[in-house]
Design a protein around this ligand. Structure first.
Ligand SMILES: *[C@@H]1O[C@H](CO)[C@@H](O)[C@H](O)[C@H]1NC(C)=O
Ligand SMILES: CC(=O)N[C@H]1CO[C@H](CO)[C@@H](O)[C@@H]1O
Length: 489
């Protein structure tokens, strides 16, 4: 994974301005390869009774040697939501990947699928997949579920650095208390980049209509099978440092306990992309509004970790942060900055707390900014991901094609600007395959033998340790760009 940035940029540029789905984004540091953080040969036994500890997911060995695998990716599970028709949103412990655990058919195995609001493709790694990424993850197939109906219809999703392809299949998807029958992709070929992320597949909850998986979309299926009464969902993302493990996806209705006051609904812009794309009425740092040449839109994407905007916009924003330093498309800022970044929708301002947009500490003594200067799509489009979404309760309304934002209720803690500088979320870096023999998740600290005993305090301790790893100033950026060239035409 020690690929230089330029090829990535070139690839992503070549794909512009096609639509995307999945845009996890993390910094990669040269100095962070740490063998000690990974002991893939001795995974701890998962305590499958608890939803709130760090679980190494353990693939149960079956007949085929191909399937002798052990999934040691770190997942921080959230508690089961109290509201009906809801499911926990888990994460990687570093606020980079938000996932929903599902089971499929009569399989007892859990699959963690990345929650992707920017596309409607759903796929899971298949049992016949021989790609390295599949060997490292939980895979699914006919030996897992007797109700699985496979097809020969191929699907393919092309990413900036590779692709996922396979064939379609139909089975019952168990998502929280709901069990729709869904046609999804069974991936037989998965590019190596997926070795770096904990998810076993992707759960597409975008608005896309044209799509490379030619089957009814999850929201439509839930609606037509009368499992939900409205095509709407609400998202509350957990913040790892809050330690609340309270991420939740509310299907068919919103969770009124998650926000105060009314939802601020913003109509999606006319589009042909299938994005949840809404106009940004203003952006500011503290009280300084950021001068923008023209109106900007935000693509609201749960599958994107950070906030990506065209370079000139990112520069204009950071110019309002005292002491910022630009390094190509990335920026760093003094770690003690108290600047509050605000995005307004329908002229209602939403704070992005400092602890969210300000990332981990670099060896320069500065901290990264999680707002990156990269044009992902059009020059007016910002890709607004989890760094923002952690600060609001968000509602995706496919009945009226609008996105609602709610101010989070007390109880959903908001870190103050003065809270401790968070450790770099990718403290493990991406392990060097040559050294570890395994390419793993950026957040995939190998679970200790006492993982079954792990508590949130343990996780915090581990994160603190990660913070102590010497950082290399010249961090690089690794991007997995999902193109919907085939998805959205
Ligand atoms: C947003 O940030 C500003 C500046 O720090 C602060 O004055 C204001 O109270 C914050 N608003 C909310 C709702 O937290
Ligand atoms: C607001 C909105 O949803 N506009 C359009 C988005 O794109 C689809 C497909 O082209 C249109 O049908 C919507 O009207």
């Amino acid at each position: 994974m020690h690929t230089s940035l330029l090829p990535w940029l070139a690839l992503s540029a070549a794909l512009l301005p096609t639509a995307t789905a999945f845009y996890p984004y993390h910094y990669e540091d040269d100095s962070t390869t740490s063998n000690s953080r990974r002991t893939p040969s001795s995974p701890a036994v998962a305590n499958t009774d608890s939803r709130s500890i760090t679980l190494p997911i353990h693939r149960i060995t079956t007949s085929s040697s191909l399937r002798t695998r052990q999934n040691a990716y770190k997942i921080v599970n959230s508690n089961d939501p109290k509201q009906a028709n809801s499911v926990a949103i888990d994460q990687d412990g570093g606020d980079l990947s938000y996932m929903v655990a599902v089971t499929i058919g009569d399989s007892k195995e859990e699959y963690h699928l990345l929650l992707d609001s920017a596309a409607s493709n759903t796929w899971v790694m298949g049992q016949d997949c021989r790609s390295n990424a599949c060997k490292l993850h939980n895979s699914f197939g006919t030996s897992d579920s007797s109700s699985l109906k496979t097809q020969t219809t191929p699907f393919s999703v092309t990413y900036g650095t590779g692709s996922v392809s396979g064939t379609l299949a139909t089975d019952t998807l168990h998502i929280g208390p709901l069990s729709p029958s869904l046609t999804f992709g069974l991936a037989n070929d998965v590019s190596s980049e997926f070795s770096s992320y904990p998810m076993d597949g992707i759960l597409g909850i975008g608005r896309g209509t044209a799509d490379n998986i030619a089957a009814p979309k999850l929201l439509d299926v839930l609606s037509t099978s009368k499992l939900i009464s409205a095509k709407i969902y609400g998202v509350h993302l957990s913040r790892a440092t809050d330690g609340l493990s309270d991420g939740e996806l509310n299907l068919g209705t919103v969770n009124k306990d998650r926000f105060t006051g009314d939802l601020n609904y913003v109509d999606c812009v006319p589009n042909d992309t299938g994005f949840w794309e809404v106009p940004v009425s203003a952006a500011s740092v503290d009280t300084n509004s950021i001068p923008l040449a023209s109106a900007r839109n935000a693509i609201i994407d749960t599958g994107t970790s950070f906030i990506l905007m065209p370079p000139s916009d990112a520069l204009a924003l950071h110019k309002n942060i005292a002491g910022y330093v630009q390094d190509g498309e990335t920026f760093s800022v003094p770690c003690d900055t108290a600047a509050t970044v605000q995005f307004s929708f329908n002229n209602v301002p939403y704070n992005i707390s400092t602890a969210d947009w300000r990332g981990g500490k670099l060896s320069t003594g500065l901290c990264r900014s999680n707002i990156v200067g990269r044009q992902t799509f059009g020059e007016k489009q910002w890709l607004v991901g989890d760094v923002f979404l952690k600060n609001v309760y968000s509602v995706f309304d496919a009945e009226k094609w609008r996105v609602g934002f709610g101010v989070k209720s007390a109880g959903a803690a908001t870190p103050s600007a003065s809270s401790a500088v968070p450790p770099p979320p990718t403290s493990a870096g991406v392990p060097d395959a040559a050294e570890t023999g395994l390419v793993g998740s950026p957040g995939a600290a190998a679970p200790s033998s006492a993982a079954a005993e792990a508590t949130q305090q343990d996780q915090k301790d581990e994160l603190q340790k990660g913070a102590g790893i010497k950082r290399n100033a010249m961090s690089r950026v690794v991007v997995l760009l999902a193109s919907s060239m085939f998805i959205l035409g």
